[in-house]
Structure formats: structure tokens, C-alpha cells
Design a protein around this ligand. Structure first.
Ligand code: ADP
Ligand code: ZN
Ligand code: ZN
Length: 825
């Protein structure tokens, strides 16, 4: 026993603080506190937080008084040493604090703090007979007040430290944090049960029966097992729990005991809405074609030399099938697989395909899942019992932080997708790059897959850093869609434009509708939205808090700001010259939808963009309707470019390619190529070659020529040259430094001062300061610097110097905010 030694714990708080805080461990807990556990601690005079113990030591800190740890929230560590290494890497590489990483790594309910508000869990059955005194006190006041902050709860109970009690109540599903409730995303989840592998053997099952039969107290378990088997028909079948619980002989308590004993395995599965449509082939006997087989074999045989692979496969080439075989190979060895997707909600057909193949071994992790679901997945990822452990996790970027036991492979699908990068808040990390680091920590492999790889990954492959493999043909054998260009300038001259549609596009849509085929129209989000404009002086109303023009929203009949939500009624009069000739101009998805209804009155038109999909499940119902052919023409923004797999789409229209190409960003050609190619890939997938029509003012633009020719290499070669000449990634690393202040004049002065100081360190490597495209957002003005550092220079040293400088500026100018973005997207 180490009883009399004075021990201290370094605690990470879920706040942007530069370091850990030291707390003293009460003697009686010397043996109980370990790194990775949560503890309740006080910061300042009254704020209480749940912090995470990083490590325990005996070096007394150099301060007057050290506060004690108030309570232990977890009996065992919830964060492993490996995860801490990942957190530390992210903090160093992306220049943020450990507390920032903690804030995204742990589900919100694991981050209780004084300001957190709790409410009664809507799933709580209201039975208060079994509650402890404090618990019922809290429930009583919640019944009156609806929401209580943790400070309020302290007062109600007359105790200072209530976190461990609240934590318990959350675990028991009695209460829930408000944040949790608001972000509750309810996929359709159902419980499935099956017999554990052990009892699927005849002999063992017989033994089990005779044990259960022998004792009167086990009668209910005996009957539950019998009921299960009568429903399941085969010992290895899986049935919905709800089916079982409907039976008269079913006993919930006996069932719970049997799950605990490991007789039954209970898994939650996300119900796929596309289940009935997805490919009818039973993937259990999936056979790769020759090309896929070659790719698979090459990946495996080279894995030890090159643990990272880039798979460049055209849309429909069957990358998923290759992934499936790789996953199978890895889980056979008892290792886990993480399958990363850019946007979980947009890819449920892919999930259902994997679920069909791997069944209950798959867990799906989404940051919008409820606490219970996430907590369950969290436990099942690190479960020491092989039987109840998830072998495969499908998730968006936050699933990188799950407590994997033994990771063998990470797949990053659509690796080029910019939503892998978190913009705000810190940590501004890129999940693809972080995945490679995480895989390395576990000595695992990484496969990056895409039909349009990022320039960076393709470069790494060309340089020999990654293994490089290609799938050049569609699995079905159909050709990639034929792409035509409609010259808007010419068409306008010839008076052949129907509002925003060229004659060529109208003709193809008409033909498709006649053949009962479907159409997808893509309008870039950066395209013009509908705006009010004065015909006399050109005035456009703009937001009072941000430097953006307001756009018209038909549903609410208001002019709105996309950045802060500010809105006003439609104006009848120009705000500048007073003229009454104000008119709606523009070309948003909503306007296109309206126009289509005019030109194709018999077609069923639907729109998919941020506005129409904000409500729960609305995205799903649009997709379902499109899948069920209840929609003929689907108009949408970026969302329609991602992974949808329909086999009746014969025409894809890109309404205005120029808005993508002309966007002022060094990646705009690359992005334009990727988006146009991806959306083209939605045409004619299975039986018939599809058609794509690109409308543009610049039909001979190189980016458009490359899309038409499916010339990824051509795009790559011209772009990589530009990147080298103009000093951009992958040859240079970028760090974006943004300085923000409410006063424009003050900001200008501070930015100039910053420039002087940073130039002393980095010389000509620093660009700026410049106002971004939108200089003011939510009343803050922003000025940006861009630092370009040669690959071979030490980035660690540069980061250290920037940190010191930023520290100095934020101390000196209290009202200034500085954010750092490493590898900005
Ligand atoms: P990608 O992900 O590369 O765009 P998919 O994996 O979606 O391509 O495959 C395209 C279509 O071809 C899917 O409908 C898939 O079921 C089918 N497919 C691909 N490979 C095979 C295979 N080996 N056996 C059967 N069907 C396959
Ligand atoms: Zn005017
Ligand atoms: Zn605004």
C-alpha cells in the first residue's frame, strides 16, 4: 500500500487551456486513481468540471495551495494510453490544446461542467420508488423547472460536489444533458439477438438446456431460450428482440440475466431504409472479378513494405467489394477495422451493404447518436470479451477517438472529401491524415480510396510513399457516362436558353422523362442564390453583422444571412436610392426547382440542399422517394455528388461549372474536377451508359476538358506543376493564421504589428494580412496570414515560434482572437 505518499494528478480539463492542471489525490484514493479516469475537480472559485487524469506523480507543484480531487467518476480508465498519444499528436500537429481534443474525443455527456444543464431523460419511465434521496430531490425540482444547471443542482442538494451523482443518473438514463438532447439524432435502431457462438454448437446447447432445466429458479430462462429457438428456427439465426418480447413466455428479467451470462448476444442495428433495394446478390459468396482480385492481392502482398495504400478506382468499379475482402482478412486475425466515411447520413446504402455481409460485428458511430448509443459503442469497441466486441466500426471522423483494442486496418473512403477536415472549432484536424497516424500507432494498415484522389495522396503515391493501385473499369462493364458541354454564351446568343437551361439540357431531360428515366441536376452551393437587387442602382441588401448579401428563402419568405441566421422581411424599396424597382435575381436550387415545374409540368421535381434536409429524416425520405421513382428530377447542391447509387438515372446536368472553377482558392481546379467527376458518376450506373451535360461559359477551359476526358492524370500533372511554382501543398506546408477583432481599425493595426513580428522570423514565407472573402462574420472582422513552409524545413520549430508569438499577442491585446489552422482545406 502506498498510503502515506502524497500523490498528485495531472488533469486535462475540457477547455482551451495551454496545460494540464495539478490536483492533489486524497490519501485514501492513492490506489484508485489512474491515468484515463475522469474525476471531478474545481477550477477557480466555484466552477466544477469533470476532468481527465493524464497521469499520477509525486512531484509537488510549485504553488501555494493545491486543490484536492473531489470525486472519482469512473471506476476504470475510459481513455487508453494509445488514445492519449493520438490526442497529443493532434494537439502538437494541429496546434491546439489537449482540452480541445478532449472536447471532441469524448461524447458530450462525459464532459460535465458547471454550466451544463440537465433535464429529465424523455426515456425515463418516471418510476421514482427506487431512487436515492438526492436523486428524487433532483427529479422533483426538474419536474418543476425543466432544466437545471449543475450549479442549480448543487443548491438543490446543498452539496458542492454533485458530478458523480449526476453521472450515475445519466448512466441510469434518468436524466440527460440538454446539449445531448438537442443534438439527439435518432437513426432507426433496433435490437437484435442471437445465441452466442458457444451455444450454437449442438452439444453445448444441450448442456445448457439440461442446466436450466435442473433448477426451478431457472425455469424462466429455460422458457425464454425455448421461445427464442422456436422463433429463430436455427441456432445461429438472429431475430429482432421485439419479436421475442411479444411472446407470452418471454421474461425480461430472465433475458437480461442470460445476456449478462453471455448466452444471448444483444446488438443494435441501424435499420437501413434501402435494404429492400440494395443489390440482390448475397454478398456471402462475393467473388471478385479479375481486376479486383489483382488489386486485393497486391495490397496484401505489399502491406508489410507499404502500410498505406491509395486505391484509385472509377465510380462503380467495385472499391467497396475490395474493402469487404480486406476487412474479412483483417478480422479473421482477430483485429479490428475502422471504416471512415465523410458523411454518415449520406451513405446508408453502403452501410447496409456492409451490414449485410458482416452482420452484428459492425458498429456504427456517429457524433449525433444519443449518449446511450455512443456509450454502448464505446464499450463494445474496447470490450475484453471477444464475443461482444465490435470488429468493425463505420463512422465519421470522430470515430477515430474510439478506444480500439487492436486496430488492424483503417479504410478512408472518398479520401479526397473536404469534410474530413474539421474547420471549427479546434482541433482543426484532417481525419484522413490523423487516420494514418492512428494506424501507425497500432501498427495497422491504411487504405485510402477514391475515384478522384486528393492531389496530396496521389503525389505521395507517385513518390512511392504509398502503395498505388487502380481500378479503371466499371464492374458492370458499362462505359463511364458520356460528357457533353453546353456553351451558355453561344446558347444565349442564339436565344436558346430556357431560363437557366440550355437547349441541349432541355432536350436530354425531355428524352429521359419520355423513357421513364431519372435526372439529377447539380448546382454548386457557391452558385448565385436568389437575391433582391435594385434595378436602378444595383444595391443588394446585406447582413448587418456580416459582410455578406442576404439571400431569399422561399419557405420562410424572408431574406436571410447564411452565416449568422439574421433575417429581414422582403424590402419593397431600395435601401440606397429609394427606388421601388427592386427585383429578385439569381439562380438558387429553389429557383431551379420552380423553373423546372414550368418547363416540365408533368415531371415530379424535388430539391435536396441544406434547407430541405435540415429536418430529421428529410434527407432519407427524399432519397427513398427518388429510389422508389416517385421523383423524376432531383435538384441539389453538393449533397447529390456524394455516393448515391441509383440505377435509373440516365442524365446528370451540371448547371453552372464556372462558379466552381472561378472560386479564388488554390484548390479550385482540383475541387471542380472532383465534384464534376463525382456527380457524373451518378449517371447510368448499371445497365446503360449515362449522359452528363456541363453548362459553362468557358467550354475550352482545361479543367472542363479534363473532366470530359476522364483525364485525372492530366488534371494532376498541370495542377502539381502550379503547386510547385506557386508554393502550395504538397511541396509546401500551409498554416493559416486568422486574427479577429470587433473594431476594424484596431484589427488593421494589430495585424500590421503581427506582420512586422512574424516577418522577422519567417521572412518572405509569410503572406498577408488580407481580408478573407467575407471580411466580417458575427460582428468580428478577420484578417488572415498564410505561412508557407518548405517540406524539408522543421515544421515543429516553426510551430513553436508561432505559438510564442500568438501567446504574446493575445496577452497584449485582450480583445483579439487568433486561430491557427494547419493544412487548411
Ligand atoms: P465504387 O464504390 O467503386 O463506386 P461499388 O462498390 O459501389 O463501386 O460497385 C458498383 C456496383 O457493382 C455495385 O452495385 C456492386 O454491387 C457491383 N459489384 C462490384 N463488384 C462486384 C463483385 N465482385 N460482385 C458482384 N457485384 C459487384
Ligand atoms: Zn437603388
Ligand atoms: Zn450575418
Amino acid at each position: 500500500m502506498s498510503e502515506r505518499i502524497t500523490l498528485f494528478a495531472e488533469v486535462i480539463l475540457p477547455l482551451p487551456l495551454p496545460s494540464t492542471y495539478t490536483y492533489r489525490i486524497p490519501y485514501e484514493w492513492n490506489d484508485l486513481i489512474k491515468g484515463g479516469q475522469r474525476v471531478a475537480v474545481q477550477l477557480g472559485n466555484k466552477k466544477i468540471y469533470s476532468g481527465l487524469v493524464r497521469n499520477v506523480h509525486s512531484n509537488a507543484p510549485n504553488v501555494q495551495s493545491v486543490k484536492y480531487i473531489l470525486s472519482i467518476l469512473d471506476p476504470d480508465p475510459i481513455v487508453s494510453e494509445k488514445s492519449f498519444k493520438l490526442w497529443q499528436w493532434i494537439a502538437n500537429y494541429y496546434m491546439c490544446y489537449l482540452g480541445d481534443v478532449m472536447s471532441i474525443a469524448l461524447p458530450s455527456a462525459l464532459r460535465l461542467r458547471s454550466e451544463t444543464k440537465v433535464i429529465i431523460n424523455p426515456d425515463f419511465d418516471g418510476d421514482i420508488t427506487n431512487l436515492e434521496e438526492d436523486e428524487s430531490l433532483i427529479i422533483e425540482s426538474l419536474a418543476k423547472k425543466e432544466a437545471l444547471s449543475i450549479d442549480d443542482v448543487n443548491k438543490v442538494c446543498g452539496k458542492a460536489n454533485i458530478l458523480s451523482l449526476l453521472n450515475k443518473m445519466i448512466k441510469k438514463n434518468i436524466i440527460i444533458t440538454e446539449e445531448e438532447l438537442n443534438s439527439r439524432y435518432r437513426p432507426k435502431v433496433e435490437d437484435y439477438i442471437r445465441l452466442s457462438d458457444t451455444y450454437q454448437e449442438q452439444e453445448k446447447l444441450k448442456e445448457l438446456f439440461s442446466i436450466l432445466e435442473s433448477k426451478k429458479v431457472m425455469e424462466k430462462q429455460y422458457e425464454t431460450l425455448l421461445t427464442f429457438l422456436s422463433l429463430a428456427k436455427y441456432p445461429n439465426a438472429e431475430i429482432k428482440k421485439i419479436e421475442l418480447s411479444k411472446q407470452t413466455k418471454f421474461s425480461p428479467s430472465a433475458f437480461a440475466t442470460m445476456v449478462k451470462k453471455g448466452i444471448f448476444i444483444n446488438t443494435k442495428k441501424v435499420q437501413s431504409r434501402l435494404e429492400s433495394h440494395s443489390s440482390s446478390l448475397s454478398i456471402k459468396n462475393l467473388i471478385l472479378n479479375q481486376d479486383q482480385e489483382d488489386v486485393f492481392n497486391n495490397i496484401i502482398s505489399e502491406w508489410n513494405n507499404k502500410p498505406v495504400t491509395l486505391l484509385h478506382g472509377v465510380t462503380g468499379s467495385g472499391k467497396t467489394e475490395v474493402y469487404i475482402k480486406l476487412i474479412e482478412k483483417v478480422i479473421e486475425k482477430g483485429e479490428q477495422v475502422l471504416f471512415l466515411l465523410p458523411e454518415i447520413a449520406l451513405t446508408s446504402h453502403l452501410i447496409s451493404r456492409l451490414e449485410k455481409y458482416f452482420g452484428s460485428k459492425i458498429g456504427i458511430y456517429h457524433s449525433r447518436f444519443s449518449l446511450c448509443e455512443r456509450a454502448e459503442i464505446w464499450q463494445k469497441v474496447c470490450s475484453p470479451i471477444k464475443e461482444s466486441r465490435y470488429d468493425i466500426i463505420i463512422g465519421s471522423r470522430s470515430s477515430l477517438f474510439l478506444p480500439f483494442e487492436k486496430l488492424g486496418l483503417i479504410i478512408v473512403d472518398e479520401e479526397h472529401d473536404s469534410s474530413y477536415k474539421q474547420y471549427d472549432p479546434a482541433p482543426r484536424y484532417n481525419a484522413r491524415d490523423t487516420a494514418i497516424f492512428l494506424a501507425n500507432l497500432h501498427n495497422a494498415k491504411t487504405v485510402l480510396g477514391s475515384a478522384t484522389p486528393s492531389l496530396e495522396s496521389y503525389f505521395n503515391a507517385k513518390e512511392g510513399k504509398y502503395q498505388f493501385l487502380e481500378l479503371k473499369k466499371r464492374y458492370s462493364g458499362t462505359l463511364l457516362p458520356e460528357i457533353f458541354v453546353a456553351d451558355i454564351k453561344e446558347s444565349t446568343k442564339r436565344k436558346e436558353m430556357h431560363s437557366h437551361f440550355s437547349k441541349m439540357l432541355v432536350d436530354h431531360i425531355t428524352e429521359a422523362l419520355k423513357n421513364k428515366e431519372q435526372v439529377i441536376l447539380f448546382q454548386n452551393r457557391r452558385g448565385f442564390a436568389l437575391q433582391l437587387r435594385c434595378e436602378v442602382c444595383g444595391w443588394i441588401p446585406s447582413c448587418t453583422h456580416c459582410d455578406v448579401s442576404l439571400t431569399y428563402h422561399k419557405q420562410s419568405d424572408l431574406l436571410k444571412c447564411h452565416y449568422c441566421g439574421y433575417s429581414v422581411n422582403i424590402l419593397q424599396q431600395c435601401g440606397d436610392c429609394g427606388s421601388h424597382k427592386v427585383k429578385m435575381v439569381g439562380f438558387g436550387t429553389e429557383k431551379i426547382e420552380e423553373d423546372l415545374e414550368i418547363f416540365f409540368p408533368n415531371a415530379r421535381v424535388a430539391r435536396m440542399d441544406l434547407d430541405t434536409t435540415r429536418a430529421k429524416n428529410s434527407y432519407e425520405s427524399i432519397i427513398n422517394d427518388f429510389q422508389d421513382r416517385k421523383i423524376d428530377i432531383l435538384v441539389g447542391t453538393q449533397m447529390v455528388t456524394k455516393g448515391l447509387d441509383f440505377d435509373n438515372v440516365s442524365v446528370v446536368g451540371i448547371l453552372n461549372a464556372d462558379t466552381m472553377i472561378n472560386f479564388p482558392d488554390f484548390r479550385s481546379f482540383e475541387r471542380a474536377f472532383q465534384q464534376m467527376t463525382q456527380v457524373s458518376g451518378r449517371a447510368g450506373r448499371k445497365h446503360k451508359r449515362g449522359t452528363v451535360i456541363i453548362q459553362t461559359y468557358n467550354p475550352y477551359h482545361q479543367a472542363i476538358r479534363d473532366v470530359i476526358d476522364y483525364n485525372y492524370k492530366g488534371m494532376y500533372e498541370s495542377q502539381i506543376l502550379d503547386r510547385k511554382v506557386f508554393k502550395y501543398p504538397p511541396f509546401y506546408r500551409l498554416i493559416k493564421i486568422s486574427i479577429r477583432h470587433k473594431e476594424k481599425i484596431v484589427l488593421d493595426a494589430i495585424a500590421d504589428e503581427f506582420r512586422t513580428d512574424i516577418t522577422k522570423i519567417f521572412g518572405g514565407r509569410i503572406l498577408g494580412p488580407e481580408y478573407p472573402l467575407i471580411p466580417r462574420v458575427k460582428n468580428y472582422y478577420t484578417k488572415e496570414f498564410l505561412l508557407k513552409i518548405e517540406r524539408k524545413e522543421s515544421i515543429a520549430k516553426a510551430k513553436e515560434e508561432i505559438k510564442i508569438l500568438v501567446e504574446k499577442f493575445t496577452t497584449k491585446h485582450k480583445q483579439t482572437r487568433i486561430t491557427l489552422d494547419v493544412d487548411p482545406a
